[in-house]
Each structure stands twice: as C-alpha cells, then as structure tokens.
Design a protein around this ligand. Structure first.
Ligand code: MSP
Length: 498
C-alpha cells in the first residue's frame, strides 16, 4: 500500500484562525482524503508554531505568558479544524517535548556536520515575518512584506552556512523539477538561489524557544525550530522506523509568502543533517476578502467558525475547494459563496437527490431499482472518474469537482429527458431511477473529500451500508456498484436554497 504524507504550515498562535488558514488546511484535507479513497496509507499533519518573538510579544501585549497564549490559541485552531471536519492525523504543537527532542537532534546533526558557526549579526529583523533582511531589502526603512518598522538587531549568535548549499540546492531543484509547484513559484525560488545565498543567523539570545544543545544561552531562531515540526510528527528523534517509513514527505502545503523558508532554507537544513528534502512544496495563493488582504487593522478578518455557523460545514468546504483554484490568489465573498452554494449544492446535487428519492418513493414503493448496465450515463461516469482523478493528482480540486459535477448535470438531464414522473411504474421508470441512484452513489464517493458530511447523508438516504469515505477507488467509481433493492429515504432538502 503506498504511503502518503502531507502537512500544512503550522500557524502562529499570536492570533485566532481566519479563513486564509482554513483555506490551506482544507486544501490539504481534500487532497489527503482523496488519497485515503485511493487506499493509500495517509498521514495528514497540521499544528501550531508557538515559539518566537511574534508570539512572545503578543503574549506580553495581552498581559499573559507565551505558553498561556499558546495553550489558548492552539486550542482555537484545533477546534476550528474539528468544526470544519478536517481529518488530520496529528496536531503538533512546537512546545511539546517530542518536538524539542527532534529539533535538538536535527540542529546537533547540522552542527556536527560543520555547517553552524558563531558570528556577529547586525541588521534588520521583522518580527511579523520572523525574518532577517538586508538593509537593501527594506522599503523606506520598513519590512518589504508588512510595511512595518523593523527591529535593528546586533548580537553574537550562531549562523547556518547556507552559502555552502547554493550549488547543491540548484542541482537538487534541477534534478527534481516537481519539487516546488506551481512552476512560477519554482522559478522564483531558483532566481533567489541564483542571486547568491548568504549565511543566516539561526539563534537568538532570548528565552522563548528551543535551546541550542551546544549553547544553552541561545534558542533556535523560530523558523529553525518550526520547520522541523514536519520531521517530529513522523517520529524523528524518537521512532526511526516510523521516520524512515514516512519520510520524505509527499507535500508541504503552504502559502506563497513562506516559500523561501520551505524551498531554500528547509532543504538545505535537511541536506546538512543528511536527510532527504521534501518531495514537493506546494504553494497556494492568498485568500483575499473582497480583493483585499485580510488584516486585524482593517477588521476584515473572517473566522471559519462564523462561516460554518451561518452556512454549514460542507458549504464552506465546497466554496474553498471548488471556487479557489490552487495557485493564484482567490477571493472570498459572501455573494460568491452563496451563488456557488445555490447553483452546485442546492440546485444540482440537492435537487437530483430530492427528485430521485421522491420518485423512488412514489413509483418504486421506496425501494431503489438497480442501474441498467447499458445506461447512457455509464460512459459518462467513466470519463468523469478519469478527469477527476487526474485533477486531484495535479492538485486541482476545483477542476476535479467541476468534472464530478458533470455527472450530476447529466443525471439531471437524463431525468428531464425521460420524465419518469409522467410514466407508470415499470421497467422504464426503474431504468431511469436506477441510473439516477447510481450517479448519486458515484458522485457521493468522488465528492466525499470535499463535502464529507453531505455525501455521507446521500449514502445513508440511498440505503447504502457504511459511508462514502470507506469506499476504495477506482472500484467504487465503476458503474453498477449500486445493487438495487435497498430502501431509499426522502428526507428534507439536503441544501435548502439561500
Ligand atoms: N508559522 C509560520 C509557518 C511555519 S511552517 C513551518 C506562519 N504562520 S501563519 O500563521 O502566518 O500562516 C500559516 C499559513 O497560513 C501559511 O502557509 C500562510 O501562507 C497561510 N495564510 C495566512 N494568511 C493567508 C491568507 N489570507 N490566504 C491563504 N493562506 C494564508 O507563516
């Protein structure tokens, strides 16, 4: 059985989760759920990034300790992902002892390899990015990303010899063209490496962090403690059998703003420790709200909880996976989400289920007829599965779901063409309704990574045992899986129109 390991970035705990974080976690959830359907042995990991100056300063500003703030906000992230039905296998917090052990082991390996040296750092540091800049990179003296004032840091600390890895990184990226997607991001990474890599300071003299094993007066720079969460979660430093099984990771799902850390610093750090880099860093765009970046000051941050309370979990998941293609920036708007909900969920899926269940009740005494093997929808289902599988594979959930909905549209058209509501019970009605049920069954499986709750309900109403998530592809997408003879339930509208 192939194994499939995927991660999200771990969020800072200085603030509550917003829909930008949710988008990333749902993208990973959709893809990993698809791999579960394929029968892969899947591990999906998310978590929180709890050390560093940003979190420490947020705690001070709120009159609390960094650990109390982390406890509170980490729980909010975990709760949000639970409410969104995210099937994560592990939720890692960087303040856990297992993580300290792993980070210290990794740093020690890099140190023993001769790639960490003491030096003096002097220059600007942006706390919002938790990143060092050169004076030339600043814009009007401010952080080039946040536009906020930077700190001027001057201290003796430890440096990672990133410059030793410039050629090795280039060679590695050249040999692994799929290691960063989309290609535009890969090109950005290559240009950055080619522009010349300087050694980077990787420790600070404050206390909220993981102590360096060879110098307890310093803690690791937060990125050098955060990135290793990906190896901690699969047993690095604790269970080498597990680590060897799961590593290298298949996908790091991250936002475009942190690509340099993942596609330059992280592989170099792993190389220095004698570990293979990640197979793929998949950088998604930003979710904007009415075309603007979300920020606390603009008060346009939307929390996932409010959305779930208002629209329901599947509507939110559907919007992010169907409407926000992987790669470019996407826009969130209530209008866009409502329109998509009405067209795809209420009018297409909900309507098909309701028509089929109502007709089976009135024409077939509530017992679903088996689908005909020669149904005109059988070849459609085959094409839809091929298109959906290819799209999930190239990290395009929106295209996969669009392809899947083709089967719903064709099934609705098939009903309209045959008008079973006008016919007497008999073989023609059975054939049309069996076709409708079978299309719904296949759609329930194929759409379960995006809308697990609603598809489980479709499954239940069709009288099928188990749940769509328990099915295995490609077998479950083959026409004719519905055996016939099961009780079909009418039930209230699956997605009432809004
Ligand atoms: N703690 C670091 C990541 C460390 S990974 C070893 C961090 N945290 S974050 O909370 O700022 O962001 C977490 C993830 O959410 C990042 O991948 C980031 O790109 C993503 N997003 C934050 N805002 C976003 C949007 N508005 N839209 C989409 N994703 C965004 O960076």
């Amino acid at each position: 059985m192939p194994r499939f390991y995927a991660t999200t970035a771990i969020a800072y705990v200085n603030d509550a989760p917003h829909i930008g974080h949710a988008y990333e976690v749902l993208l990973g959830d959709g893809i990993t759920r698809w791999h579960r359907l394929l029968g892969d042995d899947v591990k999906y990991v998310t978590g929180t990034d709890e050390y560093g100056l940003k979190n420490q300063q947020a705690a001070e500003a709120q009159g609390t300790t960094p650990l109390e703030l982390a406890d509170r906000n980490s729980a909010r992230f975990r709760d949000a992902w639970d409410e969104l039905g995210v099937a994560y296998d592990d939720f890692i917090r960087t303040t856990e002892p297992r993580h300290t052990t792993a980070v210290q082991k990794l740093l020690q390996a890099v140190y023993d390899n001769g790639d960490i040296e003491k030096s003096t750092y002097e220059g600007p540091y942006c706390v919002s990015c938790e990143a060092y800049y050169t004076p030339e990179e600043l814009v009007d003296g401010n952080c080039p990303v946040h536009g906020r004032p930077v700190e001027w840091v001057q201290e003796d600390n430890w440096f990672f010899k990133l410059s030793n890895y410039q050629q090795r990184l280039l060679d590695w990226h050249e040999a692994n063209p799929g290691a960063v997607v989309p290609t535009s991001r890969r090109n950005e990474v290559l240009a950055f490496i080619r522009s010349g890599l300087r050694d980077i300071s990787i420790s600070r003299g404050f206390t909220w962090g993981v102590q360096l094993p060879w110098d307890t007066s310093q803690v690791a720079w937060v990125w050098f403690d955060a990135l290793p969460n990906y190896v901690t979660a699969v047993g690095y430093g604790k269970d080498e059998t597990s680590f060897d099984y799961w590593w290298p990771v298949d996908y790091h799902f991250i936002g475009k703003d942190i690509i340099r850390f993942h596609a330059v610093y992280w592989p170099a750090m792993l190389m220095a420790a004698g570990i293979e880099p990640a197979r793929c860093v998949a950088a998604h765009g930003f979710l904007l709200v009415s075309g603007e970046k979300m920020s606390k000051t603009k008060l346009n941050q939307i929390g996932p909880r409010e959305l779930v309370a208002d629209f329901g979990v599947d509507a939110v998941r559907w919007h992010f996976l169907r409407d926000v293609p992987f790669g470019p920036d996407g826009d969130f708007s209530y209008e866009g989400m409502t329109a998509r909900y009405n067209s795809d969920l209420a009018n297409n899926l909900g309507n098909l289920l309701s028509r089929v269940a109502t007709l089976v009740t009135s024409k077939c005494a509530g017992i679903g007829p088996a689908p005909p093997t020669d149904s005109p929808l059988a070849p459609v289902a085959e094409r839809v599965y091929a298109a959906a599988a290819a799209a999930w594979d190239r990290l395009a959930p929106s295209e996969a779901l669009e392809a899947t909905w083709q089967l719903i549209r064709e099934a609705n058209a098939h009903l309209e063409a045959h008008e079973p509501w006008k016919l007497e019970p008999g073989p023609e009605v059975d054939a049309v309704l069996g076709t409708g049920i079978e299309a719904l069954r296949i759609v329930a499986v194929l759409a379960s990574p995006a809308i697990p709750t609603a598809t489980a309900e479709v499954w239940r109403r069709l009288g099928l045992p188990g749940s769509p998530a328990d099915q295995r592809l490609p077998a479950a997408a083959v026409w004719g899986g519905y055996p016939g003879g099961l009780p079909v339930e009418k039930g209230p509208p699956l997605f009432p129109r809004r």
